[in-house]
Design a protein around this ligand. Structure first.
Ligand code: PMT
Length: 223
């Protein structure tokens, strides 16, 4: 039986890959299945937390006690997360959020033409960075970094730039790690150092991440 060590805590989790509409029948997205984020949401719920799961489209179903806010685009995820963050103790951003979105969504299905098609893209809001700016004392912010090269350098830079407490550095080029699969291989980074974890199930990793979050929360209450 899981310890109820998150009782009384509100945990906001994001999961899945956002979809950025091109026209009514097409979108830009990525292969995130939502498994990592849902595993974290379930683990936090089992451990007694009030869990809000902001979910981009996935095939997964959350336990009844988890409050799911379904979203589609990065902009919608931004609005949903910001509306829940005020009284959150922990925010964990496992979602794969699009960095770019089409400038214009075509009103009707785009028809084939003779030449190439160019779609102009614009930046989406960076949710993690915004949360870092608004972070309250005692609030714990956990981001992921999905990388295919310079894993630790890029993850460390995200920790600093986005004012996160933990970054889960996720090498998505290793077989069995990252998008779609049931296992993951990560290194957990904080300002105090790093912890290299072996490949493990996303369910087990979810608990390991929550253990680290708990250490952080206990540090705050001890001060
Ligand atoms: O869903 P699965 O199939 O289980 O796959 C899991 C996963 C590979 C999606 C997950 O483990 C993971 O690595 N998630 C983060 C993917 C990602 O978008 O990484 P990033 O390095 O591009 O973004 C860094 C962080 O900023 C992430 O916490 C992301 O949620 C956040 N972000 C990114 C862009 C943006 N506009 N706003 C954000 O908040």
């Amino acid at each position: 039986l899981a310890p109820k060590d998150f009782r009384g805590k509100k945990v906001v989790v994001t999961a899945g890959g956002t979809r950025e509409a091109i026209d009514p029948v097409r979108f830009l997205s990525n292969p995130s299945s939502g498994k990592m984020g849902y595993a974290i949401a379930e683990a936090a719920y089992l451990r007694g937390a009030e869990v809000v799961l902001v979910s981009a489209p996935t095939h997964l179903k959350a336990s009844q006690g988890i409050r799911v806010i379904p979203v589609i685009s990065a902009q919608q995820m931004y609005e949903a997360v910001l509306s829940e963050v005020e009284d959150a103790d922990v925010v964990i951003k496992a979602a794969a959020v699009a960095d770019y979105t089409p400038v214009k969504v075509a009103e009707h299905k785009i028809k084939k033409g003779e030449g190439n098609l160019t779609i102009e893209l614009t930046r989406t809001p960076d949710i993690l960075a915004e949360l870092g700016k608004r972070k309250k004392v005692g609030q714990i912010l956990v981001g992921f970094a999905a990388e295919t090269q310079n894993l630790l350098e890029n993850a460390k830079s995200k920790l600093e730039r986005k004012n996160a407490d933990l970054i889960i550095a996720n090498d998505v080029s290793i077989k069995g790690s990252g998008f779609g699969v049931d296992t993951n291989k990560v290194t957990i980074l904080s300002r105090n150092g790093k912890e290299i974890l072996p490949m493990m199930s996303k369910k087990e990793l979810a608990h390991r991440i929550l253990d680290r979050v708990l250490n952080f929360m206990n540090d705050f209450t001890a001060k």
